[in-house]
Design a protein. Structure first.
Length: 206
């Protein structure tokens, strides 16, 4: 029953309960009791959840591009730590900034087309960024827990090379720490959104 559920996903939250019940009733009348029961279990999404789902569904390419940008940052951070090359990290960080800006435009488009208040923007962006970041890296952001760090340089290593590698490792470590802080904030926002949905469900049961 993918088509029916996809159509239901586009229904605005205010119209969701009526549309869901009508679909479940129609499926039951057609003898599809199991499918009707599955539809009936669907809960009305919070506005921010619905907007985020619309962005993923109708701007999937933008979300995929942002995921790729985060992947590139993760790889560049490891390269900076292991080889001292910070140029790729700078380029990857800039590309992530551009990809995030494009994601923001996609959110703005969905908000504008659906007539939603603009104040939902930051929560939706945070929720999508948190989900995508979780797909890219587990544990620490951008630096694998099992990453093999380079050995300390020997006396024969030129001083400027030692300083460059230390600076690269410090820069990558700072970027990773900032990423962890960002993810923690995003997880808090996501939890608040989920709490809002639960409270709304119990205040006004479908």
């Amino acid at each position: 029953m993918p088509d029916e559920l996809h159509d239901l996903a586009d229904v605005p939250p205010e119209e969701f309960v009526a549309a869901r019940d009508a679909l479940a009733k129609r499926l039951k009348a057609e003898g599809k009791a199991d499918e009707a029961a599955e539809v009936k279990q669907r809960r009305k999404p919070a506005v921010t959840q619905w907007i985020a789902a619309q962005v993923r569904r109708h701007h999937g390419g933008v979300v995929d591009a942002f995921r790729a940008a985060l992947n590139n940052v993760a790889e560049a951070q490891e390269t900076a730590i292991t080889s001292g090359d910070r140029d790729e990290l700078r380029r990857a960080t800039e590309n992530r900034r551009l990809a995030f800006a494009a994601l923001g435009q996609a959110v703005d488009d969905v908000i504008a087309r659906s007539g939603r208040p603009a104040h939902h923007r930051d929560e939706v962006l945070s929720a999508i960024e948190s989900d995508v970041a979780g797909d890219v890296a587990s544990g620490t952001f951008g630096v694998r827990d099992d990453l093999e760090l380079p050995e300390l340089p020997t006396r024969e290593t030129p001083r400027d090379r030692v300083a460059e590698r230390r600076a690269a490792a410090a820069e990558a470590a700072i970027a990773a720490a900032e990423g962890r802080v960002s993810r923690a904030r995003e997880e808090l926002t996501k939890a608040e959104v989920e709490l809002e949905a639960v409270m709304e469900r119990y205040r006004r049961p479908p």
